[in-house]
Design a protein around this ligand. Structure first.
Ligand code: PMP
Length: 414
């Protein structure tokens, strides 16, 4: 007997859009078209409700209290750790550290692992397409330790030149810290292959997953990265929450980042003993409400399915490329073979900021500027780009509006 399953292949974007109250907003008399998702995504009602529910019903400080509210808040907070662990395929919940974002996660590694392990003459490898958050902490570290920062170059399509990476790896390489998906180009880097090569050279690898965690299936165990960082606010979750995944043995060998609060076992004026993982790295009262709501965001993504979201966003990206390239004088920056969800572009004789202002007048939100990747802009000899970035709730109709807005901008600015 032939049983045909009737699982819908495409997304019901209309239904999904209804879950995001902000999408009902009008900007300057027109419906909001939000294409700045690489900066931060909008939040579904259920995430907003989770925050309100916590403050309304069981607001309390966690871990230390024995009263009912403290127990409820602690249990809910800790449940997010389990959800995150499964979401990224970590081996144990102790490997999930809550921070305030990707930036803090990378800094945590630079200030603890970095200061313990990097010595004069050691080499740290990053790439030409890094976000400032994955450049500056290593620069500060290298300056302090007299270590050397090496940069993997990229080609004109915005892809890493892997032959050059291979040549850089050597016995002096102590750390490779690489972005998984570029926020300015959308390039997906072959991190798994790069991690294998770095490990063969004896280096530790950190992956900046700020842009990848929402789009790609993340399995840190399979990827075999040593550290992985991402931010909840780019996954339909609240701001002020990030994750640092680290391999247990590495986290255990690292000194604490900040002192105080939950990160201690015992304190005397002579000596302090530090708490076990993951609490050793979570000093002070954390962002309880937003960590709690973060798991609602992850469940939102999982309830739709990353694969379906990816297919939808891929269609949007291909359509955007096809239609934008028809606009005279427009050049897309970043044409990597493996690319997701971001289209960066410049228009001859038009400053990106002016493009952004003209689009905003039509209710269209795009990002303009250097996207916290100034060395990348220098690589393409441009001051910045305009960037449209997509999420599950975007539509082809919105892209048509973007194209109309850009055609109008070209006429005004040329
Ligand atoms: N890395 C990349 C690739 C990013 O896109 C971002 C955010 N734009 C960051 C790091 C920093 O993330 P956060 O501001 O959430 O710390």
């Amino acid at each position: 007997m032939n049983i045909s399953l009737t699982i819908p292949k495409t997304l019901d974007v209309t239904a999904i859009r209804k879950e995001f109250p902000i999408l009902n907003r009008e900007i300057k008399g027109r419906p909001l078209i939000y294409l700045d998702n690489a900066a931060t995504t909008q939040k579904p009602q259920q995430v907003i409700d989770a925050i309100v529910h916590y403050y309304t019903n069981y607001n309390a400080n966690i871990h230390r209290g024995i009263h009912t509210l403290a127990e409820e808040a602690t249990a809910d907070f800790e449940q997010t750790r389990d959800v995150v662990k499964t979401f990224i395929g970590a081996g144990s919940r102790e490997e999930i550290i809550f921070t305030k974002g990707t930036t803090e996660s990378i800094n945590l590694v630079a200030y603890t692992w970095g200061r313990k392990n990097i010595r004069a003459g050691d080499e740290i490898i990053i790439s030409n397409m890094e976000h400032h958050s994955n450049i500056v902490p290593w620069q500060i570290l290298c300056e302090e330790k007299e270590a050397i920062l090496k940069v993997i170059p990229i080609n004109d399509a915005g892809e890493l030149i892997l032959d050059e990476y291979e040549k850089m790896l050597g016995s002096k390489t102590k750390l490779v810290s690489i972005v998984h998906v570029s926020n300015a180009l959308g390039t997906v880097n072959p991190v798994k292959q790069m991690i294998t090569r770095a490990h063969e050279a004896g280096a530790v690898v950190m992956v900046d997953g700020a842009q990848s965690a929402v789009h790609l299936d993340i399995d840190v165990s399979d990827m075999d990265c040593d550290f992985f960082a991402f931010s909840a606010h780019k996954l339909y979750g609240p701001t002020g929450v990030g994750v640092l995944y680290g391999k247990k043995e590495l986290l255990e060998s690292m000194p604490p980042f900040q002192g105080g609060g939950e990160m201690i076992k015992e304190v005397t004026f002579n000596k302090t003993t530090f708490n076990d993982l993951p609490y050793k790295f979570e000093a002070g009262t954390p962002n309880i409400a937003d960590v709690i709501a973060f798991k609602t965001a992850i469940r939102f993504i999982e309830s739709i399915g990353k694969e379906k979201i990816r297919e939808h966003e891929k269609e949007l990206l291909e359509y955007a490329h096809q239609e934008l390239e028809k606009i005279p004088g427009l050049h897309i920056i970043g044409k990597a073979r493996d690319k997701i969800s971001v289209v960066s572009f410049i228009i001859e004789k038009a400053h990106p900021q002016d493009i952004g202002i003209l689009l905003d007048n039509r209710g269209i939100a795009v990002r303009t500027g250097h996207h916290c990747a100034q060395p990348l802009m220098d690589r393409f000899s441009i001051p910045g780009t305009a960037r449209a970035s997509f999420a599950v709730y975007n539509t082809k109709d919105e892209l048509d509006e973007l194209v109309n807005g850009l055609k109008r901008a070209v006429k005004i600015l040329a």
